[in-house]
Ligand binder design. Structure first.
Ligand code: MN
Length: 359
């Protein structure tokens, strides 16, 4: 689906935002979502000399734009909405309602559900203009490259790089990443996740729903941060050790506690941190030819993270199929990395289906 025009349209969208516009950003709460939000918000501030008016993180229970968000957009008389790191076009009625008062720019690297390009709405996704695998062209990098054509955003490069590491979107950007490691004097490691930027990614990733109130706080912290080291000196820094210990604990436990079914490894865990996502990422990098399923049973809603680094199995499809017919359930993501959530009562059925699908 090629549509080169979206590049120019997206640039014009950002360039023409005026001081009179009222701007809102809705973003996913993982590192890619948060960093892309900060990059776009800072670009707008640089261009028009004024901060954005409203910033709304996605709600984990309900993926996408909700009624509550539409009410906020109406209340704040928003005229420009930017949706980051989720397929906003999955909810067309919401977009159509918002189009009555605002122009919409969706920057995202997930699946294109409908080719919804209108006078008011621009879908800016890599599938429209590049052959780079979309899962490896994360939203923060898309935002960084886009804003870089409008103003100087070189001070935000480390944010895009951190998001690339968090999303395992490093393959096409190896040289660029090397330059950033040099620029900030960051020690390289065999695994990106063990580097300073990797640790920042893990902190944000793990805090996601530890406490919902932390999301606006860490958005603000990142907004103020000038360089990676400052993160560790900030309030977020105090989580570094906790998260590191928690990660290592589960990587260790995985070796003895994971249930193995051929190339499928299932590990069930509990943690008050939303650690299952970085845990699965680290394990996937260690076991590229295995399907890794991490099940976090801490809350009433089960959260699952699935990985298959060599993409031999599409884990987004695997999860989508495994939750078919479940109520209050969701699943989705990319071919090598996906997530799912569903009520506890379905856990047994879920595991049965995953195991069956793997033979
Ligand atoms: Mn992403």
């Amino acid at each position: 689906m090629i549509n080169i025009q979206v590049i120019q349209r997206a640039q014009d969208f950002l360039k023409t935002i005026s001081r009179n516009d009222r701007v809102a950003i809705i973003h996913d709460t993982d590192p890619d979502g948060v960093f892309s939000a900060v990059i776009i918000a800072k670009c707008i501030e640089k261009l028009r000399g004024k901060r954005i008016e409203l910033h709304i993180p996605l709600e984990k229970e309900q993926y996408g734009i909700t009624e509550r968000m539409i009410k906020q957009i109406q209340k704040h008389k928003i005229t420009k909405l930017i949706a980051l790191d989720f397929s906003a076009e999955q909810n067309l009625p919401a977009l159509k309602t918002i189009e009555k008062q605002a122009d919409i720019l969706v920057i995202d690297h997930h699946k294109i559900y409908t080719d919804y390009q209108t006078k008011k709405t621009i879908l800016y996704k890599p599938q429209y203009f590049t052959k780079i695998e979309p899962s490896t062209y994360c939203t923060a990098k898309l935002a960084y490259d886009l804003t870089g054509r409008l103003t100087n955003v070189s001070d935000l490069d480390w944010m895009a790089a951190t998001a690339c590491i968090a999303d395992i979107a490093t393959a096409p950007w190896k040289d660029w990443l090397s330059k950033i490691f040099q620029k900030y004097n960051i020690k390289k490691e065999k695994e990106f996740f063990k580097t300073k930027l990797g640790k920042i990614a893990a902190i944000i990733c793990s805090l996601e729903v530890y406490d919902v109130r932390l999301i606006p706080e860490y958005y603000k912290t990142i907004y103020k941060t000038k360089k990676p080291d400052d993160i560790f000196k900030s309030k977020l820094g105090k989580y570094n050790k906790i998260i590191d210990n928690e990660l290592n604990k589960h990587i260790r436990l995985f070796k003895t506690k994971a249930k193995k079914h051929g190339e499928l490894y299932i590990y069930e865990m509990s943690s008050k941190y939303r650690i299952h996502s970085p845990v699965s990422t680290l394990l996937a990098l260690k076991n590229p030819h295995k399907t890794i399923i991490i099940i976090n049973k801490t809350n009433k809603l089960i959260a699952v993270s699935a990985r298959r680094e060599d993409s031999k199995i599409a884990v987004n499809k695997l999860l989508e199929n495994a939750i078919k017919g479940f109520k209050n359930a969701n699943a989705g993501g990319h071919t090598p990395a996906a997530g799912a959530g569903f009520p506890k009562k379905y856990l047994k059925k879920f595991k049965q289906r995953i195991i069956k699908a793997s033979y």
